[in-house]
Write a protein that binds this ligand. Structure first.
Ligand SMILES: Cc1cc2nc3c(=O)[nH]c(=O)nc-3n(C[C@H](O)[C@H](O)[C@H](O)COP(=O)(O)OP(=O)(O)OC[C@H]3O[C@@H](n4cnc5c(N)ncnc54)[C@H](O)[C@@H]3O)c2cc1C
Length: 377
């Protein structure tokens, strides 16, 4: 059983301490897991929890889910956040961590990566439990007034929750594969670049013709030994302005080219990429890293079977963010209602609405209005 004292961080407010008390785990999980927060697929030195119990389970650690975690803590609710990606940040981390975002209130301009860092920091005092690299698979109701929802994760672990908030965005992303890169994933071939520094002084080839491919070449150019962009067409999906910027920065751009092979050096590491260029030429470039920025397919997957009203890959919600299912709420890109606008700013507002309504659903004596955070200790 979790030792609640272990979770009491310095300066913890009463609400925080209450939240910490209400996180309880099955016998196999230890305090260290609860406080390290990153319980990753595969690496389970402390064993899998049999069952975890929280007030709110948030499905999706994109910007909406992360802000919901802050708000749940502010309302004194314990929470866990599950995400099938190994990192927090949803679309922002996966698709545009290096881009500047200009339409988040209070930030005239904020880099995607920094916005996510700020959201994680904002939620941190409330001790959210991050279940990263885990997919929420099935949702059942059980006869338990306090914890009526039972979410099973891939691998069979279970989270019991008083309420579930789905912030699953456009669903689970699967990167489009680079056929010639079969067997190289994780051995020099990547789909996105969570940390630029990994590629310092490397020869890097980015494959793709969209905004992300151009973002990566521009971000990597100052630190890599060389950067080239390879695209199979002569036209790009990326905005003209970013293509121009890459050309002006001197990035080598090779169009009408198909990747035919990735080749190893004597030690078995990635060394070269071979291309067939339209017109019959073949080309070999040095490459210690290949970034396949070919886009993602997104799929709501298991969520479609959770008994919700879903139309055109979006969950119907009312003005409290409640779905058709008891104690199941949704917010962010995954929801639909008349006038819905899919933006980070709207997701933040919906997260606050959802959590405050969840607070009342869990405790009918609670006020819907949370009070002002500026008045909190
Ligand atoms: C290139 C690009 C640029 C953008 N620029 C802007 C901008 O400038 N301003 C702006 O406001 N918006 C922008 N957006 C949109 C913005 O990123 C989204 O509105 C925002 O990310 C939505 O956040 P979310 O948390 O609702 O969902 P997401 O960010 O999609 O996060 C959802 C998370 O849920 C997880 N998930 C899904 N299903 C499951 C499951 N079954 N189990 C576990 N985890 C699951 C996913 O892995 C994902 O991490 C941009 C989007 C793109 C692609």
């Amino acid at each position: 059983m979790l030792d609640p004292e272990f979770l009491f961080c310095h300066n913890a407010s009463l609400a925080q301490r209450d939240a910490a008390r209400r996180v309880s785990f099955g016998t196999k999980i230890g305090t260290e897991t609860a406080t390290t927060h990153h319980w990753r697929k595969g690496g389970e030195p402390m064993g899998s929890p049999e069952e975890m119990s929280v007030d709110v389970l948030v499905v999706g650690a994109g910007p909406t889910g992360l802000f919901a975690a802050y708000y749940a803590g502010f309302r004194g609710l314990s929470m866990a956040i599950v995400d099938s990606l190994p990192e927090t940040g949803g679309q922002v981390t996966a698709m545009y961590p290096e881009k500047m975002i200009y339409d988040v209130g209070g930030f005239p301009a904020v880099r995607g990566r920094d916005l996510i860092k700020g959201l994680v920091e904002q939620a941190a005092p409330w001790n959210p439990v991050y279940l990263l690299g885990r997919k929420a698979v099935s949702l059942e109701e059980v006869a338990d007034e306090d914890r009526p929802l039972r979410m099973t994760l891939d691998g069979g672990d279970v989270v019991r929750a008083g309420a579930v908030l789905i912030t699953a965005g456009i669903g689970e992303f699967t990167p489009r594969p680079l056929p010639a890169g079969d067997g190289w994933l994780g051995k020099g071939l990547v789909h996105f670049v969570p940390a630029l520094d990994v590629h310092r002084d490397q020869h890097v080839v980015v494959v793709g013709g969209g905004d992300s491919a151009f973002d990566w070449v521009l971000a990597l150019k100052p630190i890599a030994a060389s950067v080239a962009l390879v695209h199979r067409r002569s036209r790009f999906r990326a905005a003209e302005s970013i293509v121009k910027e890459a050309r002006e920065a001197g990035v080598r751009i090779i169009t009408d080219a198909e990747v035919t092979a990735l080749r190893e050096d004597a030690e078995g590491g990635l060394a070269e990429i071979a291309l067939d260029v339209k017109g019959g030429d073949s080309l070999v470039l040095p490459a210690q890293a290949v970034v396949a920025a070919l886009g993602f397919t997104a799929d709501l997957g298991p969520i479609e079977n959770w008994g919700l009203k879903i139309e055109r890959r979006a969950i119907d919600v009312d003005s409290t963010m409640a779905t058709a299912r008891h104690r199941v709420y949704a917010a962010g890109d995954v929801v639909s209602y008349p006038g819905k606008v899919k933006l980070i700013a709207t997701g933040f507002g919906e997260a606050a609405t959802a959590i405050n309504n969840i607070a009342v659903a869990l405790n009918p004596d609670a006020h819907l209005f949370p009070g002002h955070s500026s008045n909190a200790e």
